[in-house]
Design a protein around this ligand. Structure first.
Ligand SMILES: [Ca+2]
Ligand SMILES: [Ca+2]
Length: 185
């Protein structure tokens, strides 16, 4: 359907040309310049699995639960962020960041915080060192790689699959992040 819309737009913009077939339209050449629309969806944050007994804040048992904030970076730009309702161990965000990028390897970062009254404290959602999920997405193959702390990127998923990253505790605040990445033309 999207391809048909593109074809229609092209036909309209080239008044005077006749009998354009879909196959004659240089979609590939066009997209090489325009890049791809990259969609990063942060599905869910969960600290109940790994952080039982860990206090995210001082106070009573309700207040001790995390106050989530998520930030999604595409190509080193903060594209979308969202604060969850306070004091929730699990929150389904369903937050999608979309950016058109003309790169074969696209850097994506996902950061999860506990939003205290005065400061943002990072929650570890990355099993290697560091707390940030640090990814590379390749539109040509739909592969998702983690950079982590190894010199060689490791494949952790494909376009459209639900991916989980679990922090192992760089500091006491840790959790699991669920997300997916895909692209359209
Ligand atoms: Ca709290
Ligand atoms: Ca970590």
């Amino acid at each position: 359907m999207k391809r048909q819309l593109l074809a229609l737009g092209f036909a309209v913009s080239t008044i005077g040309s006749i009998a354009l077939s879909a196959n004659a339209i240089p979609i590939n050449g066009n997209n090489a310049t325009k890049g791809k629309l990259i969609n990063v969806t942060f599905l869910e944050a969960d600290t109940s699995i790994v952080a039982s007994g860990v206090a995210f804040d001082s106070g009573n048992s309700t207040q001790m639960k995390p106050d989530f904030r998520v930030e999604i970076y595409i190509n080193n730009t903060l594209v979308r962020s969202q604060n969850a309702p306070i004091n929730k161990e699990i929150h389904r965000f369903g937050l999608t960041a979309t950016q058109r990028i003309a790169l074969s390897e696209i850097p994506i970062k996902i950061k999860l915080f506990d939003k205290d009254s005065k400061a943002l404290e990072a929650i570890d959602i990355e099993p290697t060192s560091g707390k940030v999920v640090n990814l590379i997405y390749k539109p040509a193959t739909g592969e998702v790689f983690t950079i982590g702390d190894s010199s060689q990127p490791i494949k952790i998923g494909n376009s459209g699959t639900r991916i989980a990253r679990e922090g192992l505790g760089d500091g006491d605040k840790r959790g699991v992040a669920y997300f997916s990445i895909n692209h359209t033309n």
